[in-house]
Design a protein around this ligand. Structure first.
Ligand code: FES
Length: 106
């Protein structure tokens, strides 16, 4: 099954990550210097939310879990700092003029 969700590009400033509810999943959409990436909003360490509230700032392409400090590369989903060792899911993002289309696949 796949689900496509559209988001306005202007909602996510460079260096920002925001979480969106998409169907049954929460997805973090990230702006890394004008390139967009989407990852699951579930930390692989202990299922914590990676982004809560308004959004968070990235450190380059790294997203840090607020619970115990694990980090993930949002381009690949790979865990880059303990205590997480397992990657998180990534999703395709298409840029369509001023919108982003995030494709969720199971
Ligand atoms: S739940 Fe994310 S580091 Fe522990």
């Amino acid at each position: 099954m796949s689900l496509q969700t559209k988001i306005k590009k202007s909602e996510i400033a460079p260096g920002e990550a925001k979480s969106y509810q998409m169907g049954d999943s929460k997805v973090v959409v990230c702006n890394v210097n004008g390139e967009y990436f989407a990852v699951s909003d579930v930390c692989s360490h202990d299922d914590g939310e990676l982004v809560s509230g308004e959004g968070t700032l990235l450190d380059g392409c790294q997203l840090e879990c607020p619970r115990h400090g694990a980090r993930f590369d949002v381009k690949t989903g790979k865990a880059t700092r303990m205590p997480a060792a397992v990657e998180i899911k990534t999703y395709n993002v298409k840029v369509l003029n001023d919108e982003l289309e995030v494709e969720l696949t199971e």
